[in-house]
Ligand binder design. Structure first.
Ligand code: AMP
Length: 287
């Protein structure tokens, strides 16, 4: 496994697999790798002959400086994880390597960023789309792997590839969870034991929503009202949003087909997100 910091070195290294027609898979990450990231890498390993993982905490997608500074970083352990997962190359650029000067051109994400996290994190998806576009331009992957845990990010990346005619196949990978349902996240490392115990509240609320939808409630407002009630806010947890959206991340009022119920919840100083795909009974019959 090679570890590469510079764009020019990475391009030289990718030249040989590309010339020999090997399929190149890219897994973009911000590091502090966990079993969710490993699942993405495994998928890439199954599909592709050459697997690249990028580890870069992208300043452009953090709207809060303290969040960027507190984001967990553990490069040595991450490299061990990548080695064990049989990664071919890990790209670990510095911020000045990717942004030698503050960018004057960034990706403008439109309606896809109007709801869910986009509403609470202005500029976040522009930052995500910009860095993913740069990584695609640098690596020129055939396939790239993203987690369904970040459903809005996955939707943005799919549109990015389509709207900019990027010849890459985007693969969404199902969310990996702890046995009690908590979606794995690098941010979970910041939870104290008592916060960790409360952190499953979001998943439980999403499950509540899913069972109401499966049970035939079609009024999205009613579904979210009941699901919100499943979280008893206290000094530790505060729900930021819980919404029912379609595949384009637009709000749904009447549930008549497959939807995504997505939420964000603060647990102490840590913001967690999660979502579940839900199918109403009628759509289930049609499928
Ligand atoms: P991050 O390092 O948090 O930016 O995540 C890098 C990639 O891993 C993104 O595509 C995430 O959606 C994905 N990912 C993060 N957590 C999980 C998880 N629990 N299960 C599956 N994929 C995940």
């Amino acid at each position: 496994m090679q570890v590469v910091k510079s764009i020019s070195h990475l391009r030289v290294l990718l030249d040989e697999p590309r010339r020999s027609g090997r399929t190149i898979g890219l897994v973009p990450t911000m590091g502090a790798l966990h079993a969710g990231h490993v699942r993405l890498i495994e998928r890439a390993r199954e599909d592709c002959e050459f697997v690249a993982v990028s580890i870069f905490v992208n300043p452009l997608q953090f709207e809060r400086k303290d969040d960027l500074e507190r984001y967990p970083r553990d490069l040595e352990t991450d490299l061990d994880v990548c080695r064990r997962a049989d990664v071919d190359v890990v790209f670990t650029p510095s911020a000045t390597e990717l942004y030698p000067t503050p960018p004057l051109c960034v990706v403008d994400v439109r309606q896809l960023a109007d709801h869910l996290c986009g509403r609470f994190r202005p500029g976040h998806f522009s930052g995500v789309a910009t860095v993913v576009l740069k990584l695609f331009q640098i690596v020129l992957p055939d396939r790239s792997y993203f987690g369904e845990k970040d459903a809005q990010q996955l939707a943005v990346v799919r549109r990015l590839a389509r709207d900019f005619n990027i010849p890459v196949t985007i693969i969404g990978v199902p969310t990996v969870r702890d046995p009690d349902g908590l979606a794995l996240s690098s941010r979970n490392r910041r939870l104290t034991p008592s916060e960790r115990a409360r952190a499953t509240a979001l998943y439980k609320a999403l499950c509540e929503a899913r069972s109401h939808i499966a049970g035939g409630i079609t009024d999205a407002e009613e579904v979210t009202r009941r699901a919100r009630a499943a979280i008893s806010p206290d000094a530790t947890v505060r729900l930021e949003y819980l919404e029912v959206v379609d595949a384009d991340m637009q709000p749904v009022t009447v549930i008549s087909g497959p939807v995504i119920v997505a939420g964000a919840m603060w647990v102490g100083e840590t913001r967690l997100i999660d979502n579940l795909g839900c199918i109403p009974p009628a759509a289930d019959l049609e499928a």
